[in-house]
Write a protein that binds this ligand. Structure first.
Ligand code: ATP
Length: 414
């Protein structure tokens, strides 16, 4: 079954709702198979609350298990816990009985790569014979079905710890030093833990989540959890299998003009203007190939990543990783330098005494302030400047600005 669209910026979290359901099923002696799954869908979906995540889990049905009881537990919890009062909370639940197939898998990819309407999702649900439960507009069925069908060839895990109800909305007090120690002991098998002084495992919203630790396998997550010190008792925790940090949203594409709005891609091109800063510190540049050109943005939240981007120049060839938002700009998540153009700068000549000469005035050449030597016909000297960037290297946005789906370089095997 899949569940989505139960939360709002004011509270709740679909993973918490799933945890509550799974625990109630357990109390009724019904166990889920394997790990529940947290599936991140298109990061550009319009009605997402935060990270566009949906949840799914599976139960093997045998004669002793009552499907009606399972459905009752799921539906009643969605009804009870969803943030129904919020305009943009439109929960949807999908129950699918049977084997998954390529068609359902393709639907899931569509939900990651592009935009799906409620009508389209509903039509597809009917085609495959699944059962839907819509609450209000029921938009959640789009993500619920995608979470059921999403294949997880590459995957990671997230251990999500939940707060006791009385602490919902209260400021979290995760001990910074304990996160540093946890990171030291478990990175890179866990990742996205900390970014300078920013505790990345801690949400900044009033949701029931105390923290989320992300990593390569469930065991390392449990080890990591034991290092953490928090000034409140945790209610419960669940480990989710997830497509987070797999780059599953990126489609490799050979032409810039084939890219579409709200899609995420890996594409090659040549920089056609030097990066420049606009507005609140966003850095933009244009990239082209024989099919067309696109504006690329490294936005202010990407912090020091922008310093790297500013070092690029016209003529550099790059591979871009990211997606196209509503304004048509390519939001950069990481970049690979394929070729560095020569950066030539013109410098004043050096005097034989060792000092750099200064201009002697318009068309009067250069003079040395140290020894008085003059070069009336002297010209500026062309120098090839060190580029600081390295060809065939990748550069990425910092943890604090990373998308849930973005694969950090530490996970990239090439
Ligand atoms: P959180 O990360 O806190 O769980 P969220 O960001 O996942 O919240 P939701 O409240 O789940 O946000 O809302 C996302 C909505 O967008 C859901 O209704 C989901 O069905 C829908 N959705 C997901 N993917 C797509 C898509 N590709 N096209 C259109 N709608 C989508």
């Amino acid at each position: 079954m899949g569940i989505d669209d139960t939360d709002s910026p004011d509270g709740m979290c679909t993973t918490y709702l799933a945890t509550t359901i799974i625990n109630e099923l357990k109390m009724n002696k019904i166990d889920i198979v394997g790990f529940p799954r947290l599936i991140r869908l298109n990061p550009f979906a319009r009605f997402k609350t935060r990270g566009n995540g949906a949840v799914s889990f599976k139960i093997y049905l045998d004669n002793d298990i009552s499907i009606d009881l399972i459905k009752k537990i799921v539906i009643s919890n969605v009804e009870k816990l969803s943030m129904m009062d919020h305009e943009n909370t439109n929960p949807g639940v999908v129950f699918y009985k049977g084997e998954l197939n390529k068609k359902i898998e393709n639907y899931s990819f569509k939900a990651i790569y592009s935009i799906i309407t409620i009508k389209e999702a509903e039509k597809f649900v009917n085609e495959i014979g699944a059962e839907i439960h819509k609450f209000k507009k029921g938009r959640g069925i789009i993500g619920s079905l995608a979470a059921i069908g999403c294949p997880l060839k590459d995957h990671t895990y997230e251990l999500i710890g939940y707060r006791k109800k009385e602490n919902f909305g209260v400021k979290r007090t995760i001990n910074y030093d304990s996160v540093v120690l946890m990171n030291k002991k478990t990175y890179p098998k866990t990742f996205e833990n900390i970014d300078n002084n920013y505790i990345a495992i801690e949400p900044r919203t009033p949701c029931p989540v105390l923290y989320g630790i992300r990593g390569e396998d469930p065991e390392i997550l449990k080890t990591a959890k034991n290092f953490l010190k928090v000034n409140e008792e945790m209610d419960t925790f669940t480990i989710f299998k997830t497509n987070q940090h797999t780059d599953m949203h990126l489609q490799k594409i050979d032409k810039i003009d084939k890219m579409e709005k709200y899609g995420s891609y890996i594409v090659n091109g040549t920089i056609i203007d030097n990066p420049h800063v606009i507005g609140g510190g966003h850095v933009f540049f244009k990239v082209s190939d024989e099919s067309g050109e696109i504006e690329v943005g490294a936005y202010e939240p990407t912090k020091d990543f922008r310093k790297t981007i500013k070092k690029l120049i016209k003529g550099d060839q790059v591979q871009l990783f990211g997606g196209i938002g509503c304004n048509g700009t390519f939001n950069l998540e990481k970049i690979k330098i394929l070729f560095l153009n020569k950066k030539q700068i013109l410098k004043n000549p050096k005097c034989h005494c060792g000092k750099t000469m200064t201009s002697a005035g318009l068309k009067k050449g250069f003079k040395c302030k140290n020894c008085g030597f003059k070069l009336p016909n002297g010209e500026k000297i062309a120098i090839i400047e060190d580029r600081e960037l390295i060809e065939n290297s990748y550069y990425e946005t910092p943890t604090s600005a990373r998308r849930h789906l973005s694969k950090p370089l530490i996970r990239m095997k090439e």
